[in-house]
Every structure is written in structure tokens, then in C-alpha cells.
Design a protein around this ligand. Structure first.
Ligand code: SF4
Length: 494
């Protein structure tokens, strides 16, 4: 029986874990179209923009399952000397199929170009390219150049359209690819052999499951693990994990007293074993300066890979939304928020509206992480005339995250200090599950990029997405409110 074919992505999966390769081929998960504004969607768009570097190039637009037709078309285009470049060129050798992002005709052969939406060359890209070079070599193609094309984060957009040759950086990786091809032919037979098996290999989940890519089968492979599996313990080293496994310990709650753990790991172990939260006797002191009246502030920002505005760089962080809750001494709440218009660089309006909202008071501004402080410093640097009021806001910030990290742990935190884990644990019933369109920061950023780049223009849809953005950001400051209230109640009860 012939083995199912390999591809670039299957090969990469096989290098990471043969079980993942087998599952992807024989029991694949349903394919999900990347949502607009997601990293995968940006990657697709940047791949298409790279075609603009080679005017006259021709796209082989047959689908992945039409590989034979795509390969025939590629062969015809390679024979045609008037075609300077082929996009998504399809080739096959020894039951390994590849689609090359860009194949460029050169006087001395062909150039193989791999396009990445990242800002640098990552080591695992070389495995992907080495396989392509191996297949092209086997198919009789002479390669005279091998390059990675990635995003140049030093590029600054000018007054007009994006300058694509400046937007991209081309890196010669011919030598590195040559080194990576050593031993590659020996890696293919075990992958083909694995795919011929009727059952997946038994592979224990571990650190390799997220390196270099998060494996989509994580939930499946860890379904029989205890909810407090030792791998969830923060900062668990491989040495300690192995030592626990040797003792037959798989659950955090079963880690014996006396086993070497860090202070925080001991707190988590004890909380999981007893079901009781940890509350530091120091919590009252840490919260001392944070009595109402206080306010709670959260930002949302986008990092568009393709700069939208003059003077901005790829992946530059641009805040576009803030939410502010204010709690009076009586515990009453008021809320206001800002969501930039989608017709230009949002930063000036963002900064001015925030300064206006916080003027005239000196109450502490509670945040959760240093994210807001970093954004405010960037804004102060970009708008020197707003430096004084922005610096005054920075000086009022009070970060709740270090207090949670150092002084409180509830079993429901699920081994995370993220506000999305902490708030529901401290305030049962609170959550984000009812937010459908925008339920996390990545979705918020992607949604605003869609609006700002004009990809969503239907007025009703624009209104719906803006309402979703507002609801999400308000929920994040409300999360801080419920966490702060819960902490104050813990102190009051002590
Ligand atoms: S979760 Fe880990 S063990 Fe399971 S298939 Fe993926 S990489 Fe392999």
C-alpha cells in the first residue's frame, strides 16, 4: 500500500511529533477559515503582497487537492521563458508535494523564495525550505538562490501607498538550507512508514507540543490527564517533572510535601490539595493605597502588519480604544469609554480624550499589567506637547497584577494570573462567554484593523463591530472592578 503523500506542513508536523502527523492525515480536525484580521489572515495577505515584488509573475491558483493539475501547469510555466516568476509553484518528488511561495527565473537557474509574515528569520523556517529545496532538486530543478522574504519592521510608511520592496526584507539562506538538508532524506521514510500504520503512535504530550507550533491535538492527547496535571504547574522544569513521574505523581495536588518546589509552586500545590485559597497576610498592606475613589483603565491596541498610516511601521502598536470605570467611596460605578473613528491614525484622539477624561482628579488608576504604562510612554514620546499630562497619568497608575501574583491564589485561577482566569474565580458568574464577536485582545485588534483598512464598509456591520469592541473593552475594566472588590472583601473578612 502506498503511503499518503507528505507536504511542507505535514513534514513540519512530522518533525515536531509523528503522532501529530498521523492525526493530521488520518483524523484531521475540521478546517476553519482564518477569521478576518487574524494572524493567519494577515499571513495570507502578506503572501499575496509579496507577489508584487515580481511583476509579470503568474499564480498557479489550483487548489491544494488539485496538485497534479497544479504541477502540470507549473511545468508549462517553467518552460515559458517569458514568465519571470511563478507563485504557488507545484512540484513533487518521491511522494512529497510542495507549493513554493515564489519561484523566480534567473539566468543561472531558479530562485526559491519563502514568504513569511514574521519580522525575522526563525530557525524552524529552514526545515520547511530545506524540504522544498530537496524536492526541487529531486525534480530536476536547478536552484541558484534560496531566500526568505519577511516583513521589514524598520520600514516607515510614506505619504502614498506602501512601498513593497522596502516593506519586505529578503534574506539569503542558501548556506543554512544546505546545512539543514544534511540528514533530511533519512527523515522521510519514518514519516511515510508512520502514515501507513492503522493507529497513531503513542506519544506522551510534553514541551514539544508547542514547539515550534501549538499542536491542535493538545486537548485530545491530554484528555486522560488529571485536571491539575503536573505539566500545568508554572515554571515546572523537565527535571522536576521527570522526578515526579518517577514517583508516580501526575497530579499537582499529589505532589508530596518536601518535594523541592518554588514558593509559588508550593502555594499552588497546597491550594489544589486542600481546595482552599491562599491569601497573603500582606494583602491589606498591598491594597492600602487603593481604597475608593479609584478608577480602572484598560487599553486596546492594534499591531497592523501592513502599516495603515503615514509615519507608522509594520507591527507598530497603535492604541485605539480605552475603557474607564470610576468607583466612588460608596462603591457606586460610572463608566466612560473611547473608541477611535476608523478614518485615520487613532493615537492623537485617543490621548487627548483620555487626558480629558482623567483631568481634574488625582485618584489612583488601577490597571492590570504594565501594558497601559508602556502605551502611555510611547504616546508621550510621540506627542511631546501632551507629555506633561500623559506623564501625570502614568504617575497615578497602580498595577493589580503583581498583587495577585504575590499575594493571592485560588484553585479556580487555573494556574494563570490572567484577568480572564482570575476574575471568574474571584467572582463566580463573571466572564466573557456572552461576548461573541470580540472576546479577547487579539480579536479586538483584528476587528479594528478590519474597520480601519476599509475591509468592512456596510454601515450596519460597522455599527455591530464597534458595539462589540465597546462591550469587550468595558468588560475588561469591569473585570478589574470585580477583582479589586473581591480583594477588598478578603481583607475585610480577615
Ligand atoms: S498534542 Fe503533543 S503528543 Fe499530541 S499529537 Fe500534538 S504534539 Fe503530539
Amino acid at each position: 500500500m502506498a503511503s499518503p503523500h507528505l507536504t511542507k506542513s505535514r513534514y513540519m508536523s512530522g518533525l515536531q511529533c509523528l503522532r501529530r502527523l498521523w492525526l493530521q492525515v488520518h483524523e484531521p480536525q475540521d478546517y476553519e477559515v482564518p477569521s478576518p484580521g487574524s494572524p493567519l489572515d494577515f499571513g495570507r495577505e502578506i503572501g499575496e503582497k509579496a507577489h508584487l515584488l515580481f511583476p509579470g509573475g503568474i499564480l498557479v491558483d489550483e487548489e491544494p487537492w488539485q496538485h497534479a493539475e497544479a504541477a502540470e501547469r507549473t511545468a508549462r510555466l517553467m518552460q515559458d521563458p517569458t514568465v519571470p516568476a511563478i507563485f504557488e509553484a507545484a512540484l513533487v518528488d518521491c511522494n512529497v508535494r510542495v507549493r513554493v511561495d515564489i519561484l523566480v527565473r534567473r539566468p543561472d537557474g531558479w530562485g526559491l523564495l519563502e514568504v513569511k509574515s514574521s519580522s525575522r528569520v526563525k530557525d524552524h523556517y529552514l526545515n520547511d525550505i530545506a524540504l522544498q529545496a530537496h524536492v526541487l532538486n529531486g525534480a530536476g530543478v536547478t536552484l541558484s538562490a534560496i531566500e526568505i522574504v519577511h516583513v521589514n519592521t524598520r520600514y516607515v510608511r510614506g505619504a502614498g501607498e506602501v512601498d513593497w520592496p522596502l516593506f519586505f526584507t529578503r534574506v539569503d539562506v542558501a548556506d543554512e538550507t544546505k546545512e539543514r538538508r544534511v540528514g533530511l532524506p533519512e527523515q522521510l521514510p519514518p514519516m511515510h512508514q508512520c502514515l501507513l500504520s492503522e493507529t497513531p503512535p503513542r506519544t506522551e504530550p510534553g514541551d514539544h507540543c508547542g514547539d515550534p507550533y501549538e499542536c491542535e491535538f493538545w486537548d485530545r492527547c491530554t484528555a486522560d490527564k488529571p485536571a491539575d496535571w503536573i505539566a500545568h504547574l508554572p515554571y515546572m522544569t523537565a527535571v522536576r517533572k521527570t522526578a515526579l513521574e518517577a514517583l508516580g505523581v501526575t497530579a499537582i495536588s499529589a505532589i508530596p510535601q518536601g518535594f523541592p518546589l518554588s514558593w509559588k509552586q508550593e502555594i499552588i500545590r497546597d491550594a489544589m490539595a486542600t481546595g482552599q485559597p491562599y491569601v497573603s497576610p500582606d494583602l491589606a498592606r498591598l491594597l492600602h493605597g487603593l481604597k475608593p475613589p479609584v478608577c480602572y483603565l484598560d487599553f486596546e491596541a492594534m499591531m497592523p502588519p501592513i502599516p495603515l498610516y503615514q509615519g507608522t511601521r509594520p507591527y507598530q502598536t497603535l492604541p485605539f480604544q480605552w475603557s474607564l470605570h470610576v468607583m466612588t467611596p460608596d462603591g457606586d460605578l460610572t463608566h466612560q469609554g473611547f473608541l477611535a473613528a476608523a478614518d485615520g491614525d487613532p493615537r492623537r484622539a485617543f490621548a487627548e480624550s483620555l487626558i480629558g477624561a482623567l483631568a481634574g482628579s488625582d485618584m489612583p488608576i488601577i490597571v492590570y499589567s504594565s501594558y497601559e504604562q508602556t502605551r502611555l510612554k510611547e504616546l508621550a514620546g510621540h506627542f511631546p506637547d501632551l507629555g506633561t499630562p500623559l506623564t501625570a497619568i502614568i504617575e497615578r497608575l497602580a498595577d493589580l497584577l503583581p498583587i495577585i501574583r504575590g499575594a493571592v491564589y485560588f484553585p479556580g485561577f487555573n494556574f494563570s494570573n490572567s484577568i480572564k482566569s482570575v476574575a471568574p474565580a474571584l467572582c463566580p458568574g463573571f466572564g466573557y462567554d456572552d461576548l461573541e464577536d470580540v472576546a479577547d485582545g487579539t480579536a479586538a485588534a483584528g476587528t479594528f484593523v478590519q474597520l480601519a483598512s476599509g475591509k468592512v464598509s456596510d454601515p450596519a456591520e460597522v455599527m455591530r463591530l464597534r458595539a462589540a469592541l465597546s462591550a469587550y473593552c468595558e468588560r475588561d475594566t469591569m473585570a478589574m472592578v470585580v477583582v479589586h472588590r473581591a480583594l477588598m472583601a478578603l481583607v475585610a473578612d480577615a
